[in-house]
Design a protein around this ligand. Structure first.
Ligand SMILES: N[C@@H](CCC(=O)N[C@@H](CS)C(=O)NCC(=O)O)C(=O)O
Length: 224
């Protein structure tokens, strides 16, 4: 059985968990707080980041970084292909997955996690309200882009659900938990997210809580 090193608000671990859920791959989540920089964890992943996956029955060589982890399961589990279609379709899926993991993380999820989680748990400091405002403003621009994509497509990267939808839902769910998402004026994006929220792969993630930090009241609700 696979072990997944992660913490509840890690968007990269959430993307992996959504993929594993869609594909029906069993795994045991193990809590890792990367900010503690544990020696044993650094031995496993020199970058010290989550997620990492290990299966001792398969020799124990760790899978490191959400991108390679998702590619590994996409290549080894046929069920629910998430990087599918023509070469051009697959390029678009990968582009948007990288978009959410880099641009959305840089502008929205990363700053919210730093201000609302890391400052509280690690630095015992108050969040910077200017940085929070900036992250929420960026979230609006990203939701505009999601609306634009959905004007042309059924799912974010094309006609079928893909890894790009899982990456986007992973990041948005973390930003939403941290109070950074305002759906006003984003009907398309909201409808898409409610659809993602109702998937069985998403329900266990939404039920989890991070210590000390509570999500807004409608975080798990299907009618936003
Ligand atoms: N490219 C990596 C990024 C992983 C990442 O940034 N994880 C964060 C937690 S959400 C982390 O471990 N941060 C601690 C650090 O960078 O030292 C991936 O996709 O897995």
């Amino acid at each position: 059985m696979w072990t997944l090193y992660q913490f509840p608000l890690c968007p990269f671990s959430r993307k992996v968990r959504l993929l594993l859920g869609e594909k029906g791959v069993p795994y045991a989540p193990v809590r890792e707080s990367p900010w503690l920089r544990r020696d044993e964890y650094l031995d496993l992943n020199p970058a010290g980041q989550t997620p990492v996956m290990v299966d001792v029955e398969r020799g124990g060589m760790p899978l490191i970084d959400s991108g390679p982890i998702c590619e590994y399961f996409e290549e080894t589990v046929d069920k629910a292909a998430m990087i599918n279609g023509t070469a051009a379709d697959r390029a678009e899926i990968r582009r948007l997955t990288i978009w959410f993991d880099t641009a959305f993380y840089r502008d929205v999820t990363g700053p919210l996690l730093f201000e609302r989680m890391e400052k509280r748990l690690v630095h015992r400091a108050a969040p910077d309200s200017g940085a929070l405002r900036e992250a929420m403003k960026s979230a609006i621009a990203h939701l505009d882009y999601i609306d634009f994509l959905l004007d042309h497509r059924a799912w974010l990267a094309g006609a079928t659900m893909s890894l790009a939808d899982l990456a986007a839902a992973a990041h948005i769910s973390v930003a939403d938990y941290l109070g950074g998402i305002d759906w006003k004026g984003h009907e398309q994006a909201k409808r898409w997210y409610v659809g993602m929220k109702s998937r069985p792969s998403m329900r266990p993630l939404l039920a989890e809580r991070m210590e000390v930090i509570s999500p807004p009241a409608d975080y798990e609700n299907l009618d936003l």
